[in-house]
Design a binder for this molecule. Structure first.
Ligand SMILES: [Zn+2]
Length: 239
């Protein structure tokens, strides 16, 4: 999977080998990494943010589960939980403790987190691997919420951090993160289809002028939807 790949929800759950109902999934199926689902859309349920051209994410923790809240209570008015009622750590608690452990031992390696971003109903983008580097709590609308800071792992570090194969030159070419607003605009303009062949499967956000040749990630004019096979043909053509 490459940064910028568009993926259906069902394929995400297949790729991760588990149901991803929760937004935060600490150490999924013991693969050595965690998974978070994020969204910066206006009507998103949590206040996630991206800064520094998408290289840093400030991710909001999860609310109390409805069945752990008093009957009829609005979970958006309750403090986000560190522990469940029976005393085990929530996902907030697990991520918080991991980030704190890293902060207290700067020579240690931060936890690796895989990030998927929802850009539209049913449409997700794979944003790559990040390090979990910080966590804190803050007041928001009169209640306490958790915040987690994630920093993008450069692709040449990803292989080391995750044990995945080193990326190829083609992969490196396609790995620049594109701001969400641009992704949404390009998706609308290209009507969710490959601009070359019209396919609506295996889509990827492609830089028309490659990033390495000065092409921009933040201008919709330089980004298009391509399917995997048209993407391959294009890269053959460049070489
Ligand atoms: Zn195509």
């Amino acid at each position: 999977m490459l940064r910028g790949d568009i993926i259906r929800y069902v394929d995400m759950t297949i790729a991760e080998g588990q149901n991803l109902q929760r937004g935060m999934n600490f150490n999924v199926t013991n693969r050595g990494y965690s998974v978070i689902l994020m969204s910066v859309r206006e009507n998103a349920p949590y206040a996630d943010k991206m800064t520094d051209d998408g290289r840093t994410i400030i991710y909001e923790g999860h609310d109390v589960q409805k069945n752990h809240a008093p009957t009829g209570a609005d979970v958006k008015t309750l403090d986000q939980p560190y522990k469940t009622p029976n005393g085990t750590l929530t996902e907030n608690g697990k991520f918080f403790d991991a980030a704190t452990a890293y902060k207290n031992a700067p020579e240690s390696i931060a936890r690796v987190v895989k990030v998927y971003e929802k850009i539209k109903d049913g449409i997700w983008v794979y944003n790559g691997f990040f390090y979990l580097t910080d966590a804190w709590t803050e007041k928001s609308d009169g209640r306490m919420v958790f915040k987690f800071q994630l920093e993008m792992i450069e692709d040449d570090e990803t292989a080391v951090a995750t044990g995945e194969p080193e990326p190829t030159v083609l992969e490196l070419e396609h790995n620049r993160l594109i701001p969400t607003a641009v992704k949404v605009q390009v998706w609308k303009r290209d009507k969710g289809c490959c601009v070359k062949c019209g396919s609506n499967t295996n889509l990827h956000y492609d830089h028309i002028i490659p990033f390495s040749r000065g092409g921009s990630s933040s201008m919709p004019e330089n980004i298009q939807l391509l399917c995997a096979s048209c993407n391959l043909k294009k890269s053959d053509h460049i070489e």
